[in-house]
Design a protein around this ligand. Structure first.
Ligand code: PMP
Length: 301
């Protein structure tokens, strides 16, 4: 059976799932979205994702034409229709159909669509070998312009960075903010680990990530990792970071809904730590994966 897609209260086969070319989501990137995962019939951090969706919508003054409960039902129904226990869930709310001007108030009703599909992951070997990433010339959007905390449909900043990474022979880009501080990657947050003691226990290391006000999305995976660090007593701090800090980290990794926790072993040609995924990163990845199969909103097919 063809994949079923939810659009505004109804389900359509993938090839018939269409929205208007006058939708401002398409014309202007005017809208918000979420990427969510389901693991073995458990939707991971659903409330957190929906809170972020509603907050992004609130900031851009977009009314989501349903409540959170109805959204949850629509997501679960879509998963059921597609018989998916393990899935990537894309929830999109656009400004809706308007005219060719910008005016969002001429768009009468927001469009909501939900795609659930099998996830395409980074190849397994990259988790074993680690990523080689580069800093790109495109700087992260200014928080005073299009705030990176808004998960909007306007991803051109990230796409430019992705193109520049590919031009430089890498699959992921590190974006700095306009002051030159580390912001995030194109679809992932950045963390580093630094040894502060003898390296015998986790207390001999510190986990660092830039504060999101420097120009990063408040990642749900980022938050989950911070909470795991708290539980395993791994010291943690939000800190302003430069490339120099990352180059000299013992470990670097990225976090995101799709990538989960992925090690970085090279940045701009500089090897990170031992040049292979570090033990703290691997520990966090293991704990994170365990959490995804334990915590979540359960549904049955
Ligand atoms: N930064 C950006 C720019 C993103 O698009 C994403 C989501 N793919 C993330 C970070 C990670 O956020 P999350 O852990 O909530 O998926």
């Amino acid at each position: 059976m063809e994949l079923q897609v939810y659009i505004d209260g109804k389900w359509y086969p993938k090839n018939e799932a269409k929205i208007s070319i006058f939708d401002h989501g398409l014309l202007y990137g005017d809208g918000v979205f979420e990427g969510i995962r389901a693991y073995g019939g458990l939707i991971f951090k659903l409330d957190e994702h929906l809170t972020r969706l509603w907050e992004s919508a609130h900031t851009i003054m977009l009314t989501i034409p349903m409540d959170v409960k109805a959204m949850k039902t629509a997501i679960i129904e879509t998963l059921k229709k597609n018989k998916l226990k393990d899935a990537y869930i894309r929830v999109v709310v656009t400004r809706g159909v308007g005219d060719l001007g910008l005016s969002p108030w001429l768009c009468k009703k927001a469009t909501v669509f939900i795609i659930t599909d099998k996830i395409t992951l980074y190849p397994k070997t990259l988790y074993q070998k680690g990523l080689d990433i580069i800093t790109v010339p495109t700087v992260r959007n200014l928080p005073e312009a299009v705030n990176p905390s808004i998960k909007s449909l306007n991803y051109l900043n990230n796409i430019l960075a992705k193109i520049e990474a590919k031009n430089g022979g890498c699959i992921e880009a590190l974006l700095l903010n306009h002051q030159g501080y580390v912001a995030e990657c194109t679809g992932d947050n950045v963390f580093m680990i630094k040894k502060i003691g003898k390296g015998q226990t986790v207390k001999d290391y510190i986990l660092l990530t830039p504060p999101t006000y420097l120009g990063a999305l408040k990642g749900i995976t980022r938050q989950a990792i911070i909470e795991i660090a708290g539980r395993i007593k791994l010291p943690f701090e939000e800190r302003v970071l430069t490339r120099h800090d990352l180059f000299n980290a013992d470990e670097v990794f990225l976090t995101g809904t799709a990538a989960e926790v992925i090690p970085v072993v090279k940045i701009d040609g500089r090897g990170i730590g031992a040049g292979k995924p570090g033990k703290i990163t691997n520990m966090l990845l293991k704990d994170f994966r365990a959490l995804t199969h334990k915590d979540g909103v359960r549904y049955t097919l």
